[in-house]
Design a protein around this ligand. Structure first.
Ligand code: TMP
Length: 235
């Protein structure tokens, strides 16, 4: 497996061309960022923890019928995945009020929502990932109505699978962010699922077990992610 052709370097991962044209290699980095990259730190061990947690979550989703880009987990920090046309959208689902929802609308944090909220953000570092609504997504030809309905349905299904998955190991799944791509005209889940892109609260004491410990200086990120991995592995 060659790693010489770097296709893309992101905040948390590097992407290399794999041997097959339609596959790429994802290598997780030991870098933590917040505030769209304005806060940045190298944290040894973080990349392998993100990758290992994401592998467990993706394996579980695949076992339960969710189509993803994953071809093979190559090591604790490398994955072989299908090359997709990624929708430039961050799809956020919320079960419990927190984060930007609380900041924007001044609602109390920690309120369980009667129905999950789904929000879309347009992926653009230069624009700071602005909020985008469904008619804007259609008008700007980012995704058509059928594609967006499919993405929303798949996001809700993933939520229904992941809530008990995390509940069993003592976490509330507060919210998360997903990304989707198209492969052979089919919409599939891409990117990763780790405490970098979700909020997990300890059911016992409501402590954050996710990137909020880094964003808000509430604890050690690597120790926190290790604890999440340990609980999922012991499951
Ligand atoms: P928010 O409350 O800051 O809008 O975040 C909602 C969820 O989305 C939270 O689990 C963190 C995740 N997220 C990302 O993965 N990447 C991002 O760039 C942002 C803003 C949020």
């Amino acid at each position: 497996m060659t790693e010489d052709k770097l296709l893309y370097t992101g905040k948390a991962k590097n992407v290399y061309q794999a041997q097959q044209d339609d596959e790429v290699l994802i290598v997780y980095k030991d870098q933590a960022t917040a505030l769209n990259g304005k806060k940045k730190e190298i944290l040894p061990g973080k990349g392998t923890l993100d990758c290992q947690i994401s592998q467990l979550v993706f394996n579980y989703l695949i076992k339960n019928g969710i189509k993803t880009h994953l071809v093979e987990n190559l090591s604790d920090h490398k994955q072989l995945v299908k090359k997709t046309d990624v929708f430039p959208l961050e799809v956020v689902l919320r079960n419990i009020t927190s984060g930007s929802l609380v900041r924007k609308f001044q609602v109390e944090e920690g309120q369980r929502l009667a129905e999950p909220i789904i929000e879309f953000y347009y992926k653009s570092d230069a624009l700071d990932d602005p909020f985008i609504n469904e008619s804007q997504i259609h008008a700007l030809k980012i995704a058509d109505k059928t594609e967006l309905e499919f993405i929303k349905k798949m996001t809700l299904k993933i939520n229904e699978l992941l809530k008990p998955f995390f509940d069993q190991v003592g976490f509330d799944l507060v919210d998360f962010k997903l990304e989707y791509g198209k492969y052979n005209n089919e919409i599939i889940l891409v990117d990763e699922f780790s405490p970098d892109n979700c909020r997990l609260w300890n059911k016992k004491d409501h402590h954050s077990m996710d990137k909020d410990v880094f964003r808000k200086h509430k604890g050690d990120l690597v120790e926190t992610y290790q604890a999440v991995l340990q609980r999922l592995q012991d499951k």
